[in-house]
Design a protein around this ligand. Structure first.
Ligand code: AP5
Ligand code: MG
Length: 205
């Protein structure tokens, strides 16, 4: 099974992707997590992406496509994969079409005011990629034992630009995939388990 999770920053793509990928035995491919790993390792790609990410801008399509092409060749993608945060532009979606067919596109819908409060309280695990919210998980440690951190691009000013960039570059993908008959919109403004159940129902239809 090959899935795409669409949605604005803070919609819950990562939170839901972890659950669905595990349940269906498919690889969770988050281009954001991959870029953050490159930044932590101080690679050339990571250093080039850092400034763009911290300003809330997109990383160039060719860089992202190179990463994704390599990633889906890996063994854990044999049963399928779930893209979280990719594609993010029409050009990326068109390039993906030439690489692999997709079964379903899940679009998580959450009101803007909720996105800001979700992101400002988010804490991330540098090792397993889990995301928590301080209101529900005040502990400084991840369930896997690592120390949680706040993403550089989760500062309010950057978040506002990420939302502008989403509206301009990524939102058009909703219509793009609706026209292809692949889009399923899911209410992301509900309890995590309720959203998970709705996504599973859509995929299993
Ligand atoms: P990326 O890491 O993909 O960030 P994003 O799209 O902005 O999305 P987020 O990770 O902020 O949110 P999410 O939807 O995953 O929400 P989460 O589950 O964490 O990309 C970062 C940057 O990398 C980009 O800005 C860009 O520069 C670059 N980049 C990445 N991919 C790219 C691409 N393809 N092309 C070009 N550039 C690219 O949840 C958020 C919070 O809400 C958490 O605290 C969570 O605990 C909480 N929460 C989740 N669900 C619920 C719920 N149902 N109820 C209550 N709280 C919830
Ligand atoms: Mg995410």
């Amino acid at each position: 099974m090959k899935l795409i999770f669409l949605g604005p920053p803070g919609a819950g793509k990562g939170t839901q992707a972890v659950k669905i990928a595990e349940r269906f035995g498919i690889a969770h491919i988050s281009t954001g997590d991959m870029l953050r790993a490159e930044m932590r390792e101080g690679t050339e790609l990571g250093n080039a992406a850092k400034d763009l990410i911290e300003r809330g801008e997109l990383v160039p399509d060719d860089v992202i496509l190179g990463m994704v092409k390599n990633r889906i060749r890996q063994d854990d993608c044999k049963n399928g994969f779930l893209f979280d945060g990719f594609p993010r532009t029409i050009a990326q979606a068109e390039a993906l079409e030439a690489i692999s067919p997709i079964d379903h596109v899940i679009n998580l819908e959450v009101p803007v005011e909720r996105l800001i409060s979700r992101i400002s309280g988010r804490r991330m695990c540098p090792d397993c990629g889990a995301a928590y919210h301080v209101s529900k998980h005040p502990d400084a440690r991840c369930d896997c034992g690592s120390t949680l951190y706040q993403r550089e691009d989760d500062k309010e000013e950057t978040v506002r630009n990420r939302l502008v960039v989403y509206e301009r570059s990524t939102k058009p993908l909703i219509e793009y995939y609706a026209n292809k008959g692949l889009l399923h919109s899911v209410n992301g403004d509900a309890d995590v388990d309720v959203v998970d159940a709705e996504i599973r129902a859509v995929i299993s239809k």
